[in-house]
Design a protein around this ligand. Structure first.
Ligand code: PLP
Length: 337
């Protein structure tokens, strides 16, 4: 892949050599299969098409200075996909099978893992869908798990540069007792309208408020939110946000740096008290927030044109662990062999 322009990759779909698949039929998971096709054939009454039986994950493989390929906290993604499966009545894929499929997909496409220092990574997309037919609203009896990969650049094209976010009270991403805590397609369908509007108005993403009261911060479209207040790392506790693996890691790193970690409800007005703010996720890594515009109240909260000191430190620590440049005290990283 020497002719790939790694440094200028965006966050978009690209074909690679192959993908890895596994079917659930007759009450059990089958063997892993390798496919060179980027298409899936399914019944037109498949439940993923009608009733949203669809869950996905997102993780990355990183090329280290030593040339080795690493993945970050893969068991967490495997378990979160199990939680998503339970949430919409799909069969859970065993953690070991998830890992085996992801490792296989990386190995068979290893020339697409971007070089160390290019700023690009291999994005891994595991997908679980109901493929059995059903016309009443019922779970399918057949499922397909697929893992495909592609090299990507930063999710927000600015990379580690502060960008602007917006609050609109007229949209919700997920209901408090709905599916916000799991990674299912319906949440993303519900976020498209607000997300596209935000982009058209010049913002990177929407910062959602809690759907029940519209009083507290929830999360940023495709990423969790955090603010820095004095020596505290503050992040929303909510019944409708995805438990981000990046955020969980940053909470640990912040604590290791001697900070206090506060996971609690954050009233919107508290945005005025943060010295720094960020969006965090696998794709976004840390995307510093330059400003949050509350569109309904016409208030702009600003955090500066350059990344803050704490965000910079957390970012460096995280990416250094991910690429094997720094000690990994919690065993977060696995080497793909
Ligand atoms: C809605 C939402 N929140 C947060 C995240 C960040 O989660 P993670 O850090 O596990 O990638 C993602 C991405 O997976 C997401 O889609």
């Amino acid at each position: 892949m020497e002719n790939l322009d790694w440094k200028n990759l965006g966050f978009g779909y690209a074909d690679t050599n192959c993908n890895v698949r596994c079917y659930y039929r007759d009450g059990k998971w089958g063997e892993l299969e390798v496919s060179e096709s980027n298409e899936i054939t399914m019944h037109m009454a498949a439940t993923c098409l009608h009733y949203g039986q669809e869950a996905f994950e997102g993780l990355k493989a990183y090329r280290g200075k030593d040339g080795k390929i690493r993945v970050f906290r893969i068991e967490e993604n495997a378990r979160r996909m199990q939680a998503s499966a339970r949430g919409i009545l799909m069969p859970e894929l065993p953690v070991e099978k998830f890992k085996e499929a992801v490792f296989k997909a990386i190995k068979l496409n290893q020339e697409y893992v971007p070089p160390f220092g290019s700023g690009a990574t291999l994005y891994i997309r595991p997908l679980l869908i109901g493929v059995g037919p059903q016309i009443g609203v019922k779970p399918a009896t057949e499922y397909l798990f697929v893992v495909f990969v592609m090299p990507v650049g930063p999710y927000f094209k600015e990379g580690f540069k502060p960008t602007d976010y917006v609050i609109y009270r007229e949209y919700d991403r997920a209901a408090p007792l709905g599916t916000g805590t799991i990674k299912v397609g319906g949440n993303y369908a519900a976020s498209l309208k607000a997300g596209v509007r935000a982009h058209n108005e010049g913002y990177s993403a929407v910062l959602y408020l809690d759907a029940r009261e519209k009083k507290y911060l929830d999360e940023c479209g495709p990423a969790n939110f955090f603010g820095i207040k004095g020596n505290s790392y503050v992040t929303p506790k909510s019944e409708s946000i995805l438990p981000s693996i990046t955020n969980k890691s940053l909470r640990q790193l912040a604590q290791d740096m001697g900070m206090t970690v506060e996971e609690r409800r954050i009233p919107v007005e508290e945005l005025a008290d943060f010295s720094e703010a960020g969006a965090c996720g696998t794709a976004a890594v840390i995307s510093p927030v330059r400003s949050v515009y509350d569109a309904d109240k016409d208030i702009r909260y600003t955090y500066g044109d350059e990344p803050g000191e704490v965000s910079q430190k957390l970012y460096n620590k995280l990416i250094n662990i991910q690429c094997g440049c720094e000690n990994d005290p919690y065993g977060w990283v696995s080497i793909v062999e």
